[in-house]
Design a protein around this ligand. Structure first.
Ligand code: ACO
Length: 322
């Protein structure tokens, strides 16, 4: 028995924000952004997280060939839902008619899809549900200060999704590793609704923007991602050389190249799409997964590693056999 991905989907908004357009907004240049990050443009939503999550979910469900009623569970990995409540997963459920599904959101920033996938797999393995929809969707464009060149150049909006099913076949998803270090939360932070009630001495400031210590996040990523990849390979009993694709969170081309170097694998095994979308947070892994799947890059039995990292700090990796 194993858990397989039986359908993928993704959606990015039509509006493209190029580096050249950003040059008009903050003191930066296309050359600087490309050299430091690999990003050329990103997409910006005018409709929000639920809209993107629903569109990606519909594509994944259609490709999986399952009825929405067959879904027992929907988890949306997001830290930028349109509402504090209801959760984005409930809104997706209503929009696609998955009326039997248990629904909740999972907040792990850029690790959101990976943690959601691992959580859904654990529920499926328990026998509680047979089929689940996992979505990663984020609107980072509403968290960045568009006057801060240190962050606004990095992020874009999007959503990706996968339908997974517990099947009578070998391989599938797992093992996985999930890690967190809450003591380092300050280096990438965005506050939510401020405290406001009549008992406060003074009301807190309104919603704050994202703050980031870019260099610390960079150092964290290039150290922890290779470590967690090596650890999950050992857990799976597989060699790095046996892996066809390393699908990493798309934060920065230099981070991905550095990880490839540290685990002594060719960068050609690390597909990237961040040039077109920037860092879409929890959406980046499932968008890339869907693109590769639709390009017919995966063959049955291919060994694939997924790895994510982000605010929390959180990070993790998942081994899967297509
Ligand atoms: N355009 C031009 N110059 C800039 C810009 C910009 N957009 N941003 C910063 N600079 C300047 C700085 O002010 C600095 O100038 P100074 O030397 O005169 O002080 C110089 O460029 C170098 O700045 P650094 O911060 O040292 O640049 P660095 O090479 O570290 O690159 C970057 C910055 C791209 C943010 C990098 O640190 C990074 O990618 N970090 C990881 C960030 C990340 O991935 N975060 C999210 C991951 S988790 C998640 O997805 C939620």
């Amino acid at each position: 028995m194993g858990i397989r991905i039986i359908g993928t989907g993704s959606y990015v908004p039509d509006q493209i924000l190029t580096n050249q357009a950003l040059e008009q907004m903050v003191e930066t240049s296309d050359a600087w952004i490309r050299e430091r990050t690999g990003i050329g443009s990103r997409r910006i939503t005018k409709a929000g997280t639920t809209d993107m999550a629903v569109k990606a979910a519909k594509c994944a469900v259609e490709q999986a060939g399952v009825l929405p009623e067959e879904l027992g569970l929907i988890i949306v990995g997001t830290s930028t839902g349109d509402c504090l409540f209801p959760g984005t997963a409930c809104e997706v459920q209503a929009a696609i008619g998955a009326k039997e599904a248990a629904c909740f959101d999972l907040s792990a920033a850029c690790s959101g899809f990976l943690f959601s996938l691992n959580t859904a797999c654990t529920y499926l393995k328990s026998g509680e549900y047979k089929t689940a929809l996992v979505v990663g969707a984020d609107t980072l464009s509403k968290t960045v200060d568009w006057k801060d060149r240190g962050t606004c150049i990095l992020f874009g909006d999007g959503a990706g999704a996968a339908v997974i099913r517990w099947e009578d076949s070998s391989g599938g998803i797992g093992p996985f590793i999930m890690k967190a270090d809450g003591s380092r939360g300050e280096c990438l932070r965005c506050s939510a609704m401020p405290l406001r009630n009549p008992f406060l001495d003074k009301e807190e400031d309104v919603f704050g923007y994202m703050t980031m210590n870019g260099q610390e996040v960079f150092r964290f990523a290039v150290k922890t991602v290779p470590e967690v990849l090596e650890a999950v390979l050992e857990k799976a009993g597989v060699l790095a050389g046996d892996i066809q694709y390393f699908i990493l969170h798309q934060a920065n081309e230099r981070i991905i190249s550095s990880v490839a170097k540290r685990i002594r694998q060719p960068v050609s095994k690390f597909p990237m799409n961040l040039e077109h979308y920037g860092n879409t947070s929890g959406a980046s892994i499932p968008i890339l997964l869907d693109e590769l799947n639709r390009q017919g890059k995966f063959n049955r039995g291919d060994k694939i590693l997924l790895a994510g990292f982000g605010a929390g700090l959180t990070w993790g990796a998942t081994f899967l056999q297509w």
